[in-house]
Design a protein around this ligand. Structure first.
Ligand code: B12
Ligand code: SF4
Length: 278
């Protein structure tokens, strides 16, 4: 099974480029469970849309996965439809808030196959297992139950039972909603993001230009900056935020687990500056 992960660029050409934490967690988790994949990192390589289009003409995949925040909807829509133009058989999976907060919109305006709702590590592993073995993602609950879209104007999804945390399109174009997956309680169990899966040297080099300037201890050119997240979810419930839709509880990692990741990246990359993103 040929899998591609795609890291889009929210701000093409920006001097601010950061290792993508959410995507890093997902890729590390599925790799740990035996899946290999390619990565098209548009953000770090600053690929143009013309390059991306050519890439999809030349390189064929069984599964193509991408995620971004909701304000990136227009580009994600372009990308899904471009992929489907050249490789209609590829299964396209979209995660993060552009997937999880507007799934009905994506299903109506694009040919996306699966939207992953919420934390994606375990869901993606289960999805890959099912796709590899040609197994179904679940069944439609009968008699059918419609789940209306809260913003109206978009079609309802149909209640399903199967791999939790996904909404998917069936062969006869029904949109089936398997409901939420329970958030993982003990987030210490997630493997640390493996930054070797990315062009980490380039991220560190570019990072010096902007993140280094925040460091009072090292000269910018000596700064080796890495990201670290210590928690999942959020303690607040701002109504405009996709976290409010997810209803995931706030969970934090143990101090030992956080320190172990810091030590690992100090040793592995000589990291001397950590961005606590949360
Ligand atoms: C850390 C962070 C940042 C960091 C960047 C971190 C990074 N490079 O990874 C910095 C400070 C740079 C940043 C910048 C911005 N951020 Co910010 N950020 C966050 C924050 C606090 C945590 C995100 C995080 O790492 N969570 C932990 C990881 C593990 O979870 P996750 O990212 O959600 O990933 C999981 C799922 O989403 C999913 N997933 C993620 N990627 C993928 C990919 C695939 C293929 C699949 C299937 C699934 C999947 O699986 C992951 C693992 O379970 C969130 C708020 C929050 N509490 O989450 C805001 C948040 C994501 N940011 C937000 C915004 C708006 C921005 C900016 C646009 C702000 C601005 N105006 O400049 C910029 C954009 C920068 C950019 N180029 O992307 C918004 C997004 C709004 C929305 N509704 O989509 C949030 C929700 C905060 C908010 N409510 O305003 N941000
Ligand atoms: S503080 Fe509000 S906007 Fe920020 S992540 Fe939490 S719920 Fe979302």
């Amino acid at each position: 099974m040929k899998i591609l992960f795609l890291n889009p660029s929210l701000r093409p050409g920006s001097v601010h480029v950061f290792l993508p934490v959410g995507l890093g967690y997902v890729m590390t988790y599925v790799k740990k469970h035996g899946y290999s994949f390619d990565l098209l990192d548009i953000d770090i390589a600053n690929y143009s849309n013309a390059y991306v289009e050519k890439y999809f003409i030349k390189n064929k995949f069984d599964v193509i996965c991408m995620g971004s925040i909701v304000t990136h909807y227009k580009w994600i829509k372009w990308c899904i439809n471009t992929i489907k133009k050249y490789q209609p058989e590829a299964t396209v999976i979209v995660g993060n808030s552009v997937g999880g907060s507007i799934p009905e919109v994506l299903f109506q305006t694009t040919k996306v196959d699966i939207v992953v709702y919420g934390e994606a590590e375990v869901t993606m592993k289960e999805l890959f297992d099912a796709i590899k073995l040609n197994k179904s993602f679940g069944n439609i609950v009968e008699p059918r139950v419609e789940i209306p879209h809260t913003n109206k104007g978009y079609p309802s999804t149909i209640k399903g039972l199967g791999i939790p945390g996904i909404i998917y399109r069936t062969k006869n174009n029904l949109i089936v909603n398997n409901g939420k997956r329970k958030a993982v309680k003990k987030i210490d169990d997630f493997p640390f993001p493996n930054w070797d899966l990315f062009d980490v040297e380039t991220y560190i080099r570019i990072g010096r230009n902007h993140q280094g300037s925040n460091s009072w201890f090292y000269k910018p050119e000596e700064t080796i900056s890495m990201p670290i997240n210590t928690a999942r979810g959020c303690i607040f419930k701002c109504t405009f935020c996709h976290y409010a839709f997810w209803h995931d509880p706030y969970r934090h990692r143990s101090a030992e687990n956080v320190i172990a990741e810091i030590k690992q990246n100090q040793k592995k990359y000589n990291a001397n500056y950590f961005n606590f993103w949360d």
